[in-house]
Design a protein around this ligand. Structure first.
Ligand SMILES: [Zn+2]
Length: 371
């Protein structure tokens, strides 16, 4: 970034940040970024591609200055792999890297605070990582990490919302007993009840547009081939861009679990682990992204993101939007993750059109954040 004329620093949360100055000093800034960390056994594009694209856009400006500055941010710790808590870097920009988060520990007992200090940074300066009040917006390029754009044969998609998410744990309780001596009509089989409910989860999600529902983890006790399961724990993950639809589906599935339990002589209890609202992207920016996509010769396509991203955190403070790039095979978080060079070219082309549109938009340049 430095050869391109950007001033580069690492903030106290470990985010790498470079500011490409505007035509004039002391004018608001557009932030472009994504994350630098990734998961174990990862691919090469999740996160980092969005950072490189931000730098590529500045490179493509070839020294041209815009009415706003551009700050490229490479966020630290988005995945939550080390501390089990995601978005640590981006939370610093919205003022939410607080004492509670600083005291979270990794598997070796090292706290976020200590990790920051060991990296040579000072947690006391975290407030200096916060976004400036007059930040104009946040733009994030990211691989889709799913099959939708490939299925539609499209290079790019405009994200209009990041889905909300519910995560629950259900426990079905029955009666463990001998698999050979207990007649079918005298059983309280927790696993048979749970499996009936899993089928309902799939049907409910199939019947409500945009809803995705997953039971990804199940544990049956005592867990022997010749014993009727007396206790089954399983998880539910439900996502949708409408919080109302998601919450109604959760309530419906809880009710159905209890109906099954009553009918089968079981009991069931549920425990809500996560209830995260959906985050809308900024309508103005999404519209401008669509116009920019059309200028690249591609049809525009609006979509929702089924995964969380730094844009979700930044959207708390500034108008935010995302551009997805087609992900071959929909494969991500795996060494086979890839992108097509022509899609990256389209993304740069789209980004340059977008910067030009924003630079000539009095509406955009007058905007300030909602902080
Ligand atoms: Zn990512």
């Amino acid at each position: 970034m430095e050869p391109l004329g950007a001033q580069v620093r690492i903030d106290a949360a470990g985010n790498l940040r470079g500011v490409y100055p505007a035509l004039e000093p002391n004018v608001p800034c557009l932030v472009i970024g994504s994350h630098l960390d990734t998961v174990p056994n990862a691919g090469a594009y999740d996160g980092i591609l969005g950072v490189v694209l931000g730098i590529a856009l500045i490179e493509e400006l070839r020294g041209r200055r815009l009415p706003f500055a551009i700050e490229v941010v490479g966020f630290s710790e988005e995945e939550g792999t080390r501390f089990g808590t995601p978005f640590i870097g981006s939370r610093a920009l919205v003022g939410r890297l607080d004492l509670e988060l600083l005291s979270v520990r990794d598997a070796r007992g090292v706290s976020v605070r200590t990790a920051i200090e060991e990296f040579g940074l000072s947690p006391e300066k975290i407030s200096q990582a916060e976004l400036k009040k007059e930040t104009l917006g946040y733009l994030e390029f990211h691989i889709e990490q799913g099959p939708v754009l490939e299925k539609l044969n499209l290079s790019l998609g405009a994200v209009e919302a990041i889905v909300g998410q519910s995560r629950l744990e259900f426990t079905f309780l029955g009666c463990a007993n001998h698999a050979g001596t207990t007649p079918m009509n005298l059983r309280s089989d927790a696993l048979a009840g749970a499996s009936e409910w899993i089928g309902i989860v799939e049907r409910v999600a199939q019947n409500i547009p945009g809803l995705v529902g997953t039971v990804g983890k199940i544990d049956a006790k005592p867990g022997a081939a010749n014993v009727i399961a007396g206790e089954v724990r399983l998880t539910l993950d439900l996502r949708q861009s409408s919080d109302q639809i998601r919450i109604r589906a959760v309530e419906d599935l809880i009710r159905r679990a209890h109906e099954i339990a009553v009918r089968r002589g079981l009991s069931v209890r549920e425990n809500v682990l996560l209830n995260q609202p959906a985050v809308a992207m900024d309508a103005f920016l999404v519209g401008e992204i669509e116009k920019a996509v059309i200028k690249t010769g591609c049809p525009p396509h609006r979509m929702v993101s089924g995964a969380g991203h730094d844009a979700m955190i930044l959207a708390e403070k500034v108008p935010s939007a995302m551009i997805f790039l087609r992900t071959p095979g929909g494969i991500s978080h795996d060494p086979a993750e890839s992108v097509a060079p022509e899609d990256v070219e389209k993304a740069i082309d789209c980004g340059l059109h977008l910067l030009d549109q924003l630079a000539s938009s009095p509406e955009f340049c007058k905007r300030t954040n909602r902080a």
